[in-house]
Design a protein around this ligand. Structure first.
Ligand SMILES: [Zn+2]
Length: 350
């Protein structure tokens, strides 16, 4: 089969990988329909985080082509959403809802395990991992939102849940990448009364507004902290959602969080100062980490199917597998919020 291959920094090419087969009784083979590029893929692309040479891409939806004898809950022909990590659903961490830390789990597209930026994927522990999508003949708009549940929307939701966003909360979202925008949507879905989005990019501001942002601020760093404290009468926000992972974005999130609040942290950390002084002397908590997407997808999927949320709006660039390098480039240059890759034909006759 054909798949994107990570060859090193700034080198993503389409190459050949072995056709996936059902190798274990708990495996499924999924033919990929839509894949996409993640903000975390950009860290590899830029050479700032190491990545093994080989498969890449961890977000995809597709159609089940084959299943092992021990796979329950999905059938050949099902349209399925893959969370970005596979899991067994039975270990203590899975049972506690932290499927992203499954003792038997792992990540798609890590160089060795098939990635979502390819024609097909062998999915380990498929019965516990894949979420079947009910119904048929879904619109393209809905297919894009299914794909967003694989990671970006589940991760934005995790930021909001981790920070304790609830009805009436005053929320600020640091980061206007696809995860930050989805965090706005998640906060809105959870009933936040006020959502301040930090963005200086008109196209991203527009998506943030359509997702429920009530205020947009273009300031950065100390100026952003000052602006948000002013908006909140010097109090700070009930929930700051940190969706970037840099030293500056974390400092901003900690600076605008009101005493007693929890900062929701989902950005991949790079060069962040130890926040313990803030944690202790300003009574601010930190919670988040790798989103347990598998645990969140069913409830988010219900809202997508009912038309209550449309997270697929974060995809503003699309191409096919042959032009995958262009999909990375567009995001690297910030021309695209998030790149969608059309890989296979939609559901066969369904
Ligand atoms: Zn587990």
């Amino acid at each position: 089969m054909r798949a994107a291959i990570y060859n090193g920094p700034r080198s993503i090419e389409v190459g050949e990988r072995p056709d996936p087969v059902v190798a274990a009784p708990t495996d499924a083979v999924v033919r990929v329909v839509l894949g996409c590029v993640c903000g975390s893929d950009l860290w590899y692309y830029r050479g700032e985080t190491p990545h093994a040479v080989g498969s890449i891409g961890h977000e995809f939806i597709g159609v089940v082509e084959g299943i092992g004898t021990d796979v329950r809950g999905i059938a050949v022909g099902d349209l399925v959403i893959a969370p970005f990590k596979y899991c067994d659903g039975t270990c203590p961490h899975c049972r506690a809802g932290v499927t992203s830390q499954c003792v038997a789990g792992g990540a798609f597209g890590n160089g060795e395990i098939d990635g979502g930026q390819g024609e097909a994927v062998r999915v380990p522990l498929a019965g516990a991992t894949l979420v079947p999508v009910p119904g048929s003949r879904h619109s393209d708009e809905m297919m894009r939102s299914f794909l967003a549940l694989s990671d970006v929307m589940s991760t934005g939701h995790h930021a909001a849940v981790s920070a304790g966003v609830r009805s009436g909360s005053v929320v600020a979202v640091v980061g206007d990448g696809a995860v930050g925008l989805c965090a706005v949507l998640a906060a809105h879905r959870l009933g936040a009364a006020r959502i301040i989005a930090l963005s200086r990019h008109p196209a991203r501001q527009e998506v943030a507004r359509s997702f429920g942002a009530t205020d947009i601020r273009a300031e950065r760093g100390d100026a952003a902290i000052g602006a948000i404290l002013e908006l909140t009468d010097g109090v700070g926000v009930d929930a700051a959602l940190e969706c970037v992972g840099t030293g500056q974005s974390m400092a901003t999130a900690l600076g605008i969080a009101r005493p007693g609040s929890v900062v929701g942290v989902v950005g991949v950390p790079h060069d962040i100062e130890n926040p313990m002084e803030t944690v202790i002397f300003r009574n601010i908590g930190l919670r988040g980490g790798v989103s347990p997407a598998r645990a969140y997808i069913p409830e988010l999927l219900d809202d997508v199917l009912d038309g209550r949320i449309n997270p697929g709006r974060v995809f503003d660039f699309e191409t096919d597998l042959d032009h995958i390098a262009e999909a990375y480039k567009a995001m690297d240059e910030r021309r695209a919020i998030k790149s969608l890759i059309r890989i296979g034909a939609k559901e066969d006759g369904r």
